[in-house]
Design a protein around this ligand. Sequence first.
Ligand code: ADP
Length: 475
Amino acid sequence: MKILFCTSEMYPYAKTGGLADVAQSLPEALRKKEKVYTLLPLYQTINREKFNIEYANLTFDYTLDGVVHQFDLFINTKNKYELFIYNPILCDRDGLYFDDFGDFGDNALRFGLFSYACIEVMLQMPLDIDVIHLNDWQTSLIALLAKTQYQLSQKIILTIHNLAYQGVFPKDVMSALNISWEECFRPEALEYHDQVNFLKAGIFYSDHVTTVSPTYAAEIQTPLFGNDLDDVLKANSYKLQGILNGISYEIFDPKKDDMIYKNFGVKTYESKDENKQQLLKEIGFVECDKPLFVFIGRFTHQKGIELLIENFNFFKDFEANFIVLGSGEEHYNTVFNNISVSYPNVYIKVGYDESFARKMYAGADFLVMPSLFEPCGLNQMICMKYGTVPIVAKTGGLKDSVTDFTDIDYTALKGYMGIGITYEEHNIFWFMHAIAKALSLYGNHKKFEKISKHNMKVDHSWKQSSKKYIELYES
Ligand code: ADP
């Protein structure tokens, strides 16, 4: 079976969040059984030399709205299943989707071009593909093009990594992208409040839709989590399925991660503490026996940032240290930059720093994820591999991967279920209660260590979930 996996981000080439991790690790896992080609824009920020990316002797044009667009195909010479598309409008930017001034104004055209290019590459190589696997709104238009103007026979699967991002644009992009008004500008297809919605079209035109955890698959069919597409998802529920994401233990493994201070595993657990000590030393903290809480993530409403910001006053009084790493919306960046000077036990780093993130996963005792919603969440899975105990809101994939330490039935615990602290409602009372539970757990160090070691052994690799994708492709 041959799969074409189309994505707008992929680690280590281009990453803004979890999609990049999944786009690297899922194809890697699937390749044990299937032939999986990945197709990614060759953004100008990608270092071609470092990653052995070379021109693949294919250049083609596509004319849209009277404009001729040129595309060049590139390939990773060390892994010939990794393909890249270069087109100046799509790729020559400082960011993937936005810069300091906000979203790029031509994202509809950029990812429309990418969608045409994916189909053209598949046909012109030719790749002899059976299934096209799409990811999020950036590649959703492929489903529409495949089923309308190209009339392709390939089956299409769309994975929704985050329903909050839908690719909504003014309807005049229809003509710019040469999309049939009559056929596609319909309420059940691309039309959305007199605009166009790429993700909605992807849901309608794909043969199957997956999302990244079973709980999120159910949540998005309700008004609270449906981002105004709950009715669309309910109408398409017959082809909607939740498959829990995995992570790559080739990348996230404290035994071999070369970004952390000292490697460790369950058998060399003592070395975890050295990571904590070194991390605290690096940031200039002196009281190193206190529990260390960390937050890593995009600064956006979804991640529960307000809860953190509004309650920093409380953190200062806890017998604990806190490190926050993140970046995102400008107003949050500013607030965090201002907070960082005011608290002796709080260190804040505004920015994106893969290596510092790994040091935090390795050195922390607890990782907090106060998300309002979380399609799957990878941070909790990563931190558990590094023996760090997650404190999570009971939503989406967090609910499917972490159970509270106070209500565990150890004998019934499934191999993929981690142990942490979970809380029900998104408010300060529940959150502070969760932190207090963490402090008390830390006080019982034997129990803490047992949970930490259990989490290191939990299997969040793609082993189980990739089987579900293979079953799906084969069906
Ligand atoms: P989302 O995709 O919603 O951002 P996920 O939990 O699915 O969240 O994935 C987040 C990924 O991005 C993880 O690999 C996490 O370590 C990483 N990450 C997020 N913010 C940062 C940051 N500021 N620096 C380094 N890595 C980050």
